[in-house]
Design a protein around this ligand. Structure first.
Ligand code: GLA
Length: 733
């Protein structure tokens, strides 16, 4: 309760176009306060009184205790900082501390803003103004013992402290803890894998030039020092801990990684499906859900993997008196269990939306304070995925973590294995904490719009690339960076998705839609389509994309890797993605407005060996594209993307094989191996099966396109020879 009178010193109103962000509105809980069992106070002194210095009461500020430290990450759009720093009147007998306000650049260089000593009985306060902050990364506010050599009575007030924020569409400043700044890792440390599926973790440091290594890897994993990756296959389920060691200037620090290997992960590959927002918004209903299910089933999409049907905002009605959530009664006359059952009956998963505050972005009820009853009710309905938004919730990251964790814990307790999909738009860098609080994927940007270049905070394809391009080390199985809904099939028929497109509102060209889709596949981003299933807006070009199984296979690759940015020169953006079977997918996107030629330089792509020969598959067109050693050149139209999958050309017994996995597939059955050879009907093939001592245990010759060889339990090498070429695989029966 405010106790001040009319002689209170206030913070001035910000002029138009600026915002004055009060220090007390940031996460001051994360700052260092020297008085044991006390935490800094918002708009109060450390003892909880009005902030008062020399008889003057200040309306705002942070009350803390020396020795103290507040670190503000400025994020580019803060120009000035103002405060009156003083020792609070509540200490009568003493109070003496040194202060140091300074700025720090990305590389560590610092510059002083203000420095001196505060004394309760002489200079009780000082006005501090830091200007020209926009080029600096951090602002530090520190106090230490002072000339009396003790921190007794050092009741520090950062009175009326505020930051001048210039661009309200840019990233807001935030407080970071000293621990956050000391991590030298810029990669995930909570990672997941399925047993017997190839695993990869990219190890990256915040320090350029740091030397990286690992210790205590579980059996099956190895350290690839050339690429700074952990890779391999772990056979046994379990939770493993290993260390990443970072050496900078001869000094090594270690941080733990937790690897969970489980065959029942919630989100082993990114979800693919439909989310109602962009086109349907407040018209979401049982009928629309049924139409979506039918469209996905009848148009050959379900069989390509599109199997999640999810409602976004505005499905809600009102809560019952006991708090139980209820859907809008007229649009869901039979309740949501009926709807979920229908989705499940069709072999699909069902999702809905909520918010980590009392209201959702569109004003329906949110889940804050109702986590338990919501989780229980969702479980009764059979909800598989919950997208949880962050409108009307506090800015700070610690609260966000707490609120999302409360929901994830409630879902786990409700026992329906409901998966948490975090949507706070990438503002608080959820890739650094989302997995730790129980989320399985998280939006990394503001809302995607149906355009190539968004305007203002609008995210077109151009902005999606910007937002996603440096996040690959934070992604893996069961922890996916989400680039938001796809615009495929919208053709400007969406609602909010047409805003912030610079006034064009015309949707995108086929090449632009294909680029968006191809990049989501290269990144293994979750994929949610968002067209209106009651309208017939999907074109042949859209269906061709949505049914492109080779492209989808990249998105669904079980190693879950996000393609790495390789280069972005000359308006060509190149990504490279490691695939589970060792193949490497390359994409090039032409950002310019005319056709270009692009050359992939294998020596600049860590996943490739420039001395080796690769067979190249055009994944967009589903055609063979020859072989490549060292480089590969392609044309790429304006705003289009070409995607190629490269398989190392294997030499088997001295015979070069041009056969790829697609030519011959090997399936181990009960006491047999089945070989499909779709392209070689009519050609003579010799099939040889040998054991690991090299003894041939079976063989046959056939001209058919299918063969079956009976085998006892064991491990074999199966070779198909055709036209003097061969392909060999290891098969386990
Ligand atoms: C936010 C989200 C969108 C959508 C809307 C619904 O803007 O980012 O994806 O869920 O809310 O109101």
């Amino acid at each position: 309760m405010w106790q001040g009178g009319s002689n209170v010193v206030t913070i001035p109103d910000a002029p138009w176009g600026q915002e004055y962000i009060r220090l007390s509105s940031l996460e001051i809980e994360k700052t260092k306060c020297g008085w044991e069992n006390h935490t800094p106070k918002k708009d109060k002194s450390i003892d909880g009184n009005n902030i008062t210095i020399g008889g003057k009461v200040y309306e705002s500020g942070v009350g803390t205790h020396g020795p103290s430290q507040i670190i503000i990450k400025l994020n580019g759009s803060v120009t000035d900082f103002y405060t009156v720093l003083g020792v609070d009147d509540e200490v009568k007998e003493a109070g003496n501390f040194d202060y140091h306000v300074y700025v720090k650049a990305e590389g560590g260089a610092t510059e002083d803003v203000a420095k001196g000593t505060i004394n309760r009985f002489s200079n009780q306060s000082v006005d501090i103004h830091a200007d020209n902050l926009s080029g600096w990364k951090y602002l530090y506010l520190e106090t230490s013992n002072g000339t009396d050599g003790t921190n007794t009575c050092d009741h520090v007030d950062w009175a009326n402290a505020y930051l001048v924020f210039q661009d309200q569409n840019s990233t807001r400043p935030c407080i970071v803890s000293a621990e956050e700044l000391t991590t030298k890792l810029a990669c995930a440390t909570t990672v997941f894998s399925q047993p017997n599926v190839r695993f990869m973790q990219k190890v990256r440091s915040t320090v350029t030039g740091a030397q990286l290594s690992v210790s205590n890897l579980p059996a099956g994993l190895t350290w690839n020092a050339d690429r700074n990756i952990v890779e391999g296959v772990v056979a046994e389920e379990g939770v493993y801990t290993y260390q990443i060691n970072v050496t900078v200037d001869g000094e090594t620090t270690s941080e733990d990684v937790t690897l969970t290997v489980s065959s029942s992960l919630q989100h082993p590959v990114p979800f693919m499906g439909w989310l109602s927002w962009n086109s349907v918004q407040g018209n979401i209903s049982q009928k629309i859900i049924e139409q979506a299910v039918e469209l996905f089933q009848n148009k050959g999409l379900y069989e390509c993997g599109w199997n999640h049907i999810m409602m976004d905002d505005l499905w809600q009605g009102t809560r019952k008196a006991d708090g139980t959530p209820q859907p809008n009664a007229s649009r869901f006359p039979n309740g949501l269990k009926t709807v979920a059952d229908y989705v499940h009956k069709n072999g699909m998963k069902f999702g809905l939306y909520t918010d980590a505050a009392d209201r959702t972005c569109a004003g329906a009820f949110g889940s804050y304070g109702y986590e338990g009853i919501d989780a229980k009710t969702y479980a009764e309905w059979g909800v598989d995925v919950v997208k949880c938004d962050y409108c009307y919730a506090p800015d700070d990251v610690e609260t966000a973590k707490k609120r999302y964790k409360a929901l994830a814990d409630a879902f786990a307790a409700a026992g329906n294995n409901t998966m948490l999909y975090i949507c706070e738009w990438g503002v608080r860098e959820p890739w650094k904490w989302g997995a730790e609080v129980g989320g399985r994927c998280w939006r990394i940007s503001q809302d995607v719009r149906d355009c190539w270049t968004g305007s203002g905070s609008g995210v077109g394809v151009v902005q999606s690339i910007e937002a996603m391009k440096n996040l690959s080390a934070y992604q893996g199985v069961n922890r996916f960076n989400d680039s938001d809904m796809l615009c495929t099939g919208l053709h400007a028929t969406g609602k909010s998705s047409n805003d912030l497109c610079g006034g064009t509102g015309a949707g995108m060209t086929d090449d632009e839609y294909a680029t968006q889709f191809a990049l989501w596949c290269m990144w293994s981003s979750p994929m949610a389509l968002s067209f209106d299933p009651s309208k017939n807006t999907l074109t042949d070009a859209d269906f061709k994309l949505l049914r492109n199984k080779e492209l989808i296979a990249l998105n669904q690759d079980r190693m879950g890797q996000q393609g790495d940015l390789i280069s972005e020169t000359d308006n060509l953006v190149v990504f490279a993605k490691d695939c589970e079977n060792g193949d490497v997918a390359l994409s090039v996107t032409n950002m310019s407005s005319s056709e270009k030629q692009a050359t992939f330089d294998f020596s600049a792509i860590p996943a490739l060996d420039p001395t080796k020969t690769y067979t190249v598959r055009d994944v967009m067109e589903n055609t063979e594209a020859g072989e490549a050693t060292g480089t590969f050149t392609t044309d790429v139209r304006k705003h289009a993307t070409r995607v190629f999958r490269l398989a190392e050309k294997k030499v088997v017994d001295g015979v070069a094989s041009t056969f790829s996995e697609k030519d011959f597939t090997f399936v181990s059955g009960k006491n047999c191996v089945k070989i499909n050879m779709p392209e070689t009907a009519g050609l003579a093939k010799r099939i040889l099966v040998s054991d690991f001592e090299g003894r041939v245990v079976s063989g046959l010759t056939t001209t058919a396109d299918k063969a079956k060889v009976a085998l006892a339990k064991g491990t074999y090498l199966v070779t198909v020879v055709c036209n003097a070429q061969a392909r060999t695989v290891k098969v386990q029966i």
